[in-house]
Design a protein around this ligand. Structure first.
Ligand code: NAD
Length: 502
């Protein structure tokens, strides 16, 4: 199935995708998948206005009915999982199993959101005044601006959108300019769900997709009609976006870069740990926000772990992501390769020993950027180790005392995900305690990547502090209202205040 067939199967008219100036390329071989027109400021403003108009209607649709639309979206995704998963692989460059996994994640969040549509619970609060009742109610917030990164082109959208829709909020989505086709495909699938739901009941503008780069993103960021901006991407981007949203007193969910660490303790089950580490560090060619980038290994097992890592890395099948058997696909582009090489240079200059990291040219498609994942044994957690380089580089550090391992683990500016491999209960519990990992996600005997949708996803420190997907992340998409009703005949004031008039 080529890209045109997939786009047709997903409800897009391929002839509309060949006319613009913006070339969408596949990292697999650099081929042009489509040419799109980019949204200008007026197009973007018009999309926001349509979404705001949709909000005024959608907020009055009962939440379980809103959930019904998300249920139908889930059905469309189930029916089109193969095609959409393949398009994700072609556009973002991840292996087919991960492309399909991303669509499965969308299906899972649909199911979650359908259940949530009947569980947007508030509280009843004890009032200090006789004849009064207090409660807390959650209301829809408004249209939500969703800006996404290239490496999870559809799952992150669905975490936001499925929850936003049941909460009563339309979405204006600016996908990464690198991966707009999967966004258009999702919009087409939602359109089909709307047809089945009863188009007359759904306001226009429930999902607007605006294609463009940072300028289009900034237009959304500054729009007062979008009370919430949920943005996923690099830390430098988040540092630009956060103050702009704050300046207009908007809310933001910031899902930014990670620099995830894992501790390998002497008691670890090394067979299990090694499998998990290699998937977390080299999988997706190191291009997950939750990719394992720092391995902190006890000195007694350091030599064995490094030797086994080298052996595993040498045999990793690097190649076309659409071929069965490939485990490591391409980097997104040449500039990602240059950043990887620059980081490895810095690691060497800091006294590190680098294995792997070279370009792979044999047995891979021409036009793509393929590398062998790298292991860098470092004498210390130097500046380059403390940065996120979005490529498959695993820095390996040594520790003697557990406190030292924890200090190294937490000694970076980012705080997304973390892991420990140990069978010592004291160590694992300390890692999960208030004095342990400072990341938003902490795992024991599994790697830092591959989260399930049921938990709240996000991280601390420069990762931005946002949470989306499961648990009570939905509260960010609603406004809380404290309500007090006086059903008595008196007017007692709170705190015993007297204000009697004749
Ligand atoms: P990026 O920061 O280059 O772009 C992300 C999105 O932000 C794109 O849609 C881009 O057009 C937009 N953008 C860029 N500048 C903007 C601005 N000034 N105003 C508004 N929008 C702007 O990131 P990328 O290369 O697409 O993705 C990789 C990065 O994303 C990595 O740092 C990775 O860790 C991070 N990421 C984080 C998560 C998470 O949940 N924490 C998930 C996936 C990726």
């Amino acid at each position: 199935m080529d890209a045109q067939d997939i786009l047709t199967a997903l409800g897009l008219e391929p002839s509309h995708l060949g006319t613009g100036d913006h070339a969408v390329t596949s990292p697999i071989d650099g081929s042009v998948l489509a040419r799109l027109s980019l949204a200008g400021p007026e197009d973007t403003d018009a999309a926001v206005e349509r979404a705001h108009a949709a909000f005024l209607k959608w907020r009055t649709v009962p939440p379980p009915r809103r959930g019904d639309l998300v249920r139908l979206l889930g059905e469309e995704l189930r029916a089109n999982k193969g095609a959409l998963g393949r398009l994700v692989s072609m556009e973002a460059g991840k292996i087919l199993s991960e492309g399909l996994g991303e669509v499965q994640e969308m299906i899972d969040i649909c199911d979650f959101a359908v259940g949530l549509s009947r569980q947007l619970y508030g509280l009843t609060i004890a009032s200090e005044r006789p004849g009064h009742r207090m409660s807390e109610t959650w209301h829809p917030l408004g249209a939500v601006g969703v800006i996404t990164a290239f490496n999870f082109p559809v799952a992150v959208w669905s975490w936001n959108t499925c929850v936003a829709l049941v909460c009563g909020d339309p979405v204006v989505w600016k996908p990464s300019e690198k991966t707009p086709l999967t966004a258009l495909a999702c919009q087409a699938l939602l359109r089909r769900a709307v047809q089945r739901f009863g188009a007359a009941d759904v306001p226009d503008g429930l999902l607007e997709v605006v294609i463009g780069g940072p300028d289009v993103g900034e237009r959304l960021v500054d729009s007062p009609l979008l009370p919430l901006i949920s943005v996923t991407g690099s830390i430098p981007m988040g540092k630009k976006v956060a103050p702009r949203v704050a300046a207009r007193m908007g809310r933001s969910i910031l899902e930014l870069g990670g620099n995830n660490g894992a501790i390998v303790a002497p008691s670890a089950d090394l067979d299990l740990a090694l499998r998990s580490i290699v998937f977390a560090a080299a999988g997706t060619c190191g291009q997950r926000c939750t990719t394992l980038r720092r391995l902190i290994v006890h000195e007694d097992i350091h030599a064995e772990v490094v030797e086994r890592l080298h052996r595993a890395y040498r045999s990793l099948p690097v190649g076309n992501t659409l071929d069965a058997g490939t485990l490591v696909g391409p980097l997104y582009d040449e500039s990602a390769f240059e950043r990887m090489q620059a980081a490895l240079e810095r690691a060497r200059a800091d006294g590190g020993t680098v294995t792997g990291g070279e370009r792979v040219t044999e047995g891979v498609p021409e036009g793509g950027v393929y590398v062998r994942p790298a292991v860098a044994e470092m004498p210390d957690q130097t500046e380059i180790v403390r940065q996120e380089t979005f490529a498959p580089i695993l820095y390996v550090l040594k520790y003697r005392e557990f406190d030292q391992a924890l200090a190294l683990h937490n000694g970076v500016p980012q705080g997304l995900s973390s892991a420990i491999y140990t069978t010592d209960l004291r160590e694992s519990e300390l890692f999960l305690s208030a004095a342990g990992s400072d990341a938003g996600i902490a795992n024991v005997n599994i790697g830092p990547s591959g989260a399930e949708i049921g938990g709240a996803f996000g991280g601390e420190k420069e990762t931005g502090g946002g949470r989306e997907s499961g648990s009570d992340a939905w509260k960010a998409y609603m406004r809380r209202q404290t309500q007090t009703v006086n059903y008595g005949r008196e007017l007692p004031l709170a705190q015993g205040v007297k204000f009697d008039i004749d």
